[in-house]
Design a protein around this ligand. Sequence first.
Ligand code: ME8
Length: 518
Amino acid sequence: MNKRFFITTAIYYVNGQPHLGHAYEMVVTDVIARSRRSLGEEVFFLTGLDEHGQKVQQVAQAEGKSPQVYCDELAADWQAFAKKLELTNDDFVRTTESRHKEFVQAILAKLHAAGQFYKKTYNGFYSTKEETFLTDKDRLPDGTFDPAYGEVIELEESNYWFKLRDHQQWLVDYLEANPSFVQPDYRRNEVLGFLKNRTLEDLCISRPASRLNWGIPLPFDKDFVTYVWFDALVNYISIPAAHGDAIVLAAAKSEIRNPKSEIELWPADIHVIGKDILKFHAVFWPIMLKVMGLPLPKQILVHGWWQKEGAKISKSTGNIVDPIAVIDEWGLDAFRFYVLRELDIGPDGNWTDTGFKARYQAELANGLGNLVNRSLSMLKRYRNGIVPAKHDEPSAEAQKVIAETRSLLEQNQLQAALQSIWVLITRANQYVDRTAPFKLAKDPAQATRLDEVLYNLAEICRVLAVLLWPFLPGTATKIYAQLGLTGAPDKFADAAWGGLKPGHKIGEPAPLFPRKDA
Ligand code: ME8
């Protein structure tokens, strides 16, 4: 059996509703998943929810609900949100599910038996907001802690610790030998800088149940629950285990039997995450996997953070983008297009309402929408919707864009791929203006030339549907339907020039991106 291309998002804290940043990460991951499928790979796309820990317990308490009831209610909203974004995820993990909890306990028991944990009493600083222990090394030059840590208290507490520090040099060597492990490069350099400038502290993997009980009990000491990150990161292997992945099942040597199917997932091909959780994924996670005896994920792909109108997204100040409201007003593909076209994977981005409307108008309505609508309407009007004989005037240009897009998709360069596709759209609109089929149609002596132009335009629309499928699946499907083609434009190989058959009758043209008067 072949290993699938396994791609994941981070799993989301259920302490609120999904926002723009979460939607962005999900859409980026979905586009990569769809493009790999289109390129012929078998893909497994995993997303889901991180339901344990203090953040979730506190919100549940504030709402007067048990954490489980609270999580169940919100999980329904998040699952509906994934559908709203038309994510093609193959599973949706919730860390409160027994398939995950049992696996976490199996791993913990195994590592404990192997002597990887020790118990010690800690006396020092603690950030409740970030659920993390701090040392003097975490202080800013002025002696304070970063405000991101919220209130920092002094604490004395007994806990279990994981021997991270033994692996520091191994990790540095690994990062240096594997430049594509963390991408973009500047994020890899950030991790290397962090590792070279300080000695790694061991990682506290428990919290006393007396202080926090919303977590997975340690299998070897019921007075403690698992630290939320040791629980959350493991979702990337607990779900493969639940699907019968032999490599991770062997690593856990667990009692989990009778997996439903047998598919090979691990190691993950890509973990898509945001910049704030880089240390967890590029330092803690590789070391955890190493001691479990598991191969490392092939790549950690790190995206930046969104702001809105130049300021931090924040519920309390009301500076938010509600993805659902945007989608209801403008359509899903307009939302997907804006976030993917506006922001490359890596730097921070800034949502502006005027920028969103400008892209909608210029690139979607006047660019893509206008091209498809006038091309198919003219074919309908002048040739009764029947595709004329094949022609290949723009084929070299189309092939160039097809090859470029393929290579960019293989490198997860989503923004650049859209730019490349839009070169074809712009050139095709210029081709309409230059050849002026509406004039050719008035001169019977130009009938053959009109046939050529109409074939070329319809074929460009077909090629575009295939290229756009991973990004704008609804629009791509509509273009196919308007061309009278059945099935989905979901195979990249179909982008090759000349697929439209002479004599084929197209469907009904209709505007893809209705004009908005505002
Ligand atoms: O950190 N712009 O969950 P989370 C872009 N449960 N991305 C953003 C963003 C923004 N404004 N705000 C958040 C957690 N994100 C853990 C992860 S993984 C094993 C456990 C991204 O809900 C953030 O960078 O706080 C992260 O990748 C994801 O949303 C989940 O954040």
